[in-house]
Design a protein around this ligand. Sequence first.
Ligand SMILES: [Zn+2]
Length: 160
Amino acid sequence: MDKRWMSMSRSSDEYKAGLEDFLDFAFTNGSIGEMILCPCIRCGNGVFVTREQAKSHLIWKGFIKGYTQWLAHGEVGDKVTVRSMVDSSKICAVGVVRNLDPTSEVGDTPLGSHWCEIHVNVPVENDEKLMRPYHNFRKIGDAIGVAIAWPINLVILEEN
Ligand SMILES: [Zn+2]
């Protein structure tokens, strides 16, 4: 998806047209009822708003800086493979990056730097132990569809 409009002037036609595309996307993929989390600077993805409210905030205030991957609005992150701690050539799971923010929490523990939060889509090595087990999640095979923390040097970006 072309998002160059996001860095253009908020009074430009490109920005306004792009904003409509964003709202269409968000209300199709990331709405709850008739509301979405507002990604404007003031709301910071912390407040639910209607389409009209979101539109007006995003014209008057603009988007949160750097919010180019719309993770809070249903956009899937980069596809990655998770590699084994024992042998980094071995793929343990396939998933998507959810978060790189060191202060965000996975199972009540802050991620910290050099770690990333991965949403596991396909476990490959079911018996590989999680480096940071939490709740009932102990092994990769337990973690289907949930978030896990993994060191960033063992998370490899896939081509598509
Ligand atoms: Zn807002």
